[in-house]
Design a protein around this ligand. Structure first.
Ligand code: GDP
Ligand code: MN
Length: 429
């Protein structure tokens, strides 16, 4: 799960990481109060769970997909440091009135922030962060993440900050420093100072910078984070170091240690269908880009199902892993979520019964077709516990369903149904 920049900065501040003065506003009133307190020179920043805001755009919802197309057509121009007039999600302003002019479009409920990271629909803007403007002498990059291959945290830092680190790594790999961290030893300030001097910070800023790195490492540990990224932290023209951006991703597996991270969660930034699946307590649901809705049991089977669909030229619209269910109504609830997704042109149910009995799943499928009045083509492949009974249930029900015993055959049927569905809807238009 990701949290907002303003929340990351509250956590930074509590851990002794220097951040600009400021705070979030969700109304013009709150904005005015903040502006009077910290103005006149401010930066206003759209709060969304996505990066690339500086070079993104704030637009009305109905223009989002066109603007997204323009941005991805030229990604080089659409990320990194901002030059020229800022019409994106990060804007500089002087004085209350100018700041309000810049942030009003961000507060409009009908606005979306679109960047190369948001997808074509853009994302709603949850709040506006208003901060004192910094005068920047140099921008640096710093992040901590879990390096799965080495089983330890990894710090990545660069003196070429403010732009995407992937891009720096591509064009100038020597400018990217990698520092593995022994989790037992942690990352004390003296190691932070050594990294700061390798980055070329002036000697007068080394101590503060080393402390900042050590404190960011404490944020990483205390939050059970999977990522802490500060792009950029800056050296100001007064010679201070300051985290002017902040991104924290936390590990959902540690949610139980943090009250479910409820204090930090913003559901408006999440996919509504994924939330629905979570609230209905139906396994795990992940939204994807294709048009075949998949209901499976078990993560391994989900992977195999998606691979097989793609091998046959299909594109999954999601994967919904219902786990081990032995209740018909759970199957109906799962299918309700799939059916409500307008992208789903065909439904593919692939169940291998171990502890789950496929005859009960089959009864759930029949109930779902009748209760939900499912109109999309339905392909079902059942195997495992009570498979004979399960196939008989489907056959005797009289519902419109295609079945196959082998995964490859079933996947081919699903892909064909999705493609002919698409052709039909094209010629309808
Ligand atoms: P992002 O585009 O979503 O990563 O948003 P950032 O917070 O990183 O801001 C993008 C860029 O805006 C930074 O790399 C800076 O170049 C610029 N910027 C942000 N805040 C300030 C500020 O206070 N003063 C100045 N001069 N530039 C800023
Ligand atoms: Mn940034």
């Amino acid at each position: 799960m990701n949290i907002h920049e303003y929340q990351a900065k509250q956590i930074f501040k509590a851990h002794g990481v220097p951040v600009p003065a400021g705070g979030p506003a969700t109304s013009e009133r709150e904005a005015r109060d903040l502006l009077k307190e910290i103005g006149p020179d401010v930066v206003v920043k759209a709060q969304v769970h996505a990066g690339g805001r500086g070079k993104g755009r704030v637009v009305k919802r109905d223009r989002a997909s066109r603007v997204y197309g323009e941005l991805i057509a030229d990604p080089e121009k659409s990320e990194g440091q901002i030059v020229g007039r800022r019409r994106g999600g990060v804007r500089l302003a002087s004085g209350v009135e100018e700041a309000l002019r810049e942030l009003r479009p961000m507060m409009d409920k009908d606005s979306r922030l679109v960047s190369i990271q948001t997808g074509a629909e853009g994302v709603p803007i949850s709040a506006v962060l208003i901060e004192q403007q910094s005068s920047i002498a140099h921008e640096y990059y710093f992040s901590i993440q879990v390096d799965g291959a080495n089983g330890q945290p990894l710090i990545i830092a660069s003196a070429e900050g403010g732009q995407s680190i992937e891009e720096v790594n591509r064009t100038n790999p020597r400018a990217v420093l990698r520092v593995p961290v022994d989790p037992v030893e942690g990352f004390p300030a003296f190691r932070g100072r050594s990294l700061a001097s390798r980055l070329g910070l002036p000697s007068s800023a080394i101590r503060a910078c080393g402390d900042m790195f050590a404190n960011l490492y404490r944020v990483f540990i205390d939050m059970d984070a999977s990522l802490v990224e500060v792009n950029p932290f800056v050296l100001t023209s007064e010679g201070a170091v300051l985290a002017i951006d902040g991104k924290v991703g936390v590990d959902d597996n540690a949610a139980f240690r943090h009250g479910g991270y409820e204090d930090w969660r913003d559901r408006s930034q999440e996919n509504p269908v994924e939330i629905e699946a979570e609230e209905a307590n139906i396994g795990s649901y992940i939204k994807l880009d294709g048009n075949i809705g998949c209901v499976v049991n078990g993560a391994g089977l989900a992977m195999a199902t998606m691979d097989t669909l793609m091998l046959h030229g299909g594109e999954p619209a999601n994967f919904l892993d219902i786990g081990t269910v032995n209740r018909k109504d759970r199957v109906v609830e799962a299918l309700r979520i799939i059916v409500n997704d307008p992208d789903v042109k065909t439904i593919f149910i692939n169940i291998f019964g171990g502890l789950a009995r496929v005859d009960i799943v089959a009864e759930g499928v029949v109930d779902a077709v009748n209760e939900l009045k499912i109109t999309q083509p339905l392909v079902v492949r059942l195997n495992g516990s009570n498979v004979e009974e399960g196939r008989r249930v489907l056959h005797d029900s009289g519902i419109a369903v295609q079945t196959a015993d082998e995964l490859g055959d079933a996947a081919a049927l699903a892909v064909e149904a999705a493609q002919s569905g698409r052709r039909r809807s094209r010629s309808d238009n």
